[in-house]
Design a protein around this ligand. Structure first.
Ligand SMILES: *Cc1c(COP(=O)(O)O)cnc(C)c1O
Length: 318
């Protein structure tokens, strides 16, 4: 097996991110709940995409890219962080966003405005159209370009969360459960593969905030990332656990997600977001209510960021 250090990686964030106990939430739930602060990754307002971008943009640099394209919804945290990271590394980011969600100058749109990011909106539901448009613009400008898929969720991006699992193993803590949001799949797949490699005995739970077929996407990404690492592992259904938490739909706040955001804010002074982490934490609360955790369990919740969305996405807006 290769080591993670064998892959080119640029430094964009501040690692390791802290892990601390949520004392009040633990008392309320009758188990031990900890939080991994990937909302404090250092770039922009923090968030999970920084770990993926350390591998993806290293690859872009190695290939001599001058333009970096990516895509997502109008309030994509991934697109905003890609713009911040590419510019910092001297490459020109160009965002091709779906005209879905809040396109007003709020949240991540506002942050992109501050950075002077070049971006375009497309009224399409199909990312294939957008990837074709990236090729068109790239060829038109005649510059070497690099395309990052939605959410940075390909095999290379997934390595960012394999590395996160290794980081958690080095931090210790003996966690029995690890809970994260699943939106494009790379974070969950990386953690689940990483747990298989570095955290035996930790069950990984992906809280699905979109309706894509994650029961197929998750193991496929795990296998692709394992192949990159030349890791001799067999991925089975026992390696990942999924729950549906999308509520009314992707990027539409849910009542249970909003209640989870309020609980975390009131009890711990930690702010979750309405698109990903609030819904994921609602999933953790439901599991606790269903008796999934014993008093001896040690549950680690991944705070994957999303601060931009907290200032843009509201009830009743899509
Ligand atoms: C993108 C994102 C996720 C989901 O991660 P994926 O790797 O896309 O599944 C979770 N939380 C936040 C804040 C995100 O921006």
């Amino acid at each position: 097996m290769k080591r993670l250090e064998d892959f080119p990686r640029v430094s964009l964030g501040v690692f390791p991110t802290p892990i601390h106990k949520l004392e009040n939430v633990s008392r309320l739930l009758g188990t031990n709940v900890y939080i991994k602060r990937d909302d404090l990754t250092g770039l922009g307002l923090g968030g999970n995409k920084t770990r993926k971008l350390e591998y993806l943009l290293a690859d872009a640099q190695t290939k001599g890219a001058k333009l970096v394209f990516t895509t997502g919804g109008a309030q994509s945290n991934h697109a905003m962080l890609t713009a911040a990271a590419a510019a910092k590394l001297g490459m020109k980011p160009v965002l091709l966003l779906k005209k879905r969600g809040v396109t007003a100058c709020l949240g991540n749109q506002y942050l992109e405005e501050l950075m002077g990011t070049e971006r375009y909106f497309y009224d399409t539901d199909d990312y294939a159209d957008i990837y074709a448009e990236m090729d068109r613009i790239g060829q038109e400008r005649g510059l070497p370009y690099y395309k990052i898929p939605c959410g940075g969720s390909n095999a290379l991006g997934t390595l960012g969360y394999v590395a996160c699992a290794q980081e958690i193993a080095r931090q210790g803590g003996g966690f029995t459960h690890l809970v994260c949001a699943e939106g494009s799949g790379g974070t969950m797949a990386g953690l689940a593969l990483g747990a298989k490699l570095f955290l035996p005995g930790t069950k990984v739970h992906g809280m699905m905030v979109d309706t894509d077929p994650f029961e197929k996407i998750t193991p496929a990404l795990m296998r692709e990332a394992a192949a990159l690492l030349e890791a001799d592992v067999t991925i089975t259904e026992a390696d990942f656990h999924l729950r549906a938490l999308w509520g009314p739909g992707y990027a539409i706040p849910s009542a249970e997600g909003n209640a989870a955001i309020a609980l975390m804010a009131e009890q711990e002074g930690v702010f979750l977001d309405p698109v990903y982490t609030g819904k994921a934490f609602a999933g953790l609360l439901t599991m606790a209510r269903e008796g999934a955790f014993s008093p001896d369990d040690r549950v680690l919740f991944l705070h994957s960021g999303g601060a931009g969305g907290l200032f843009a996405v509201r009830d009743g807006e899509k």
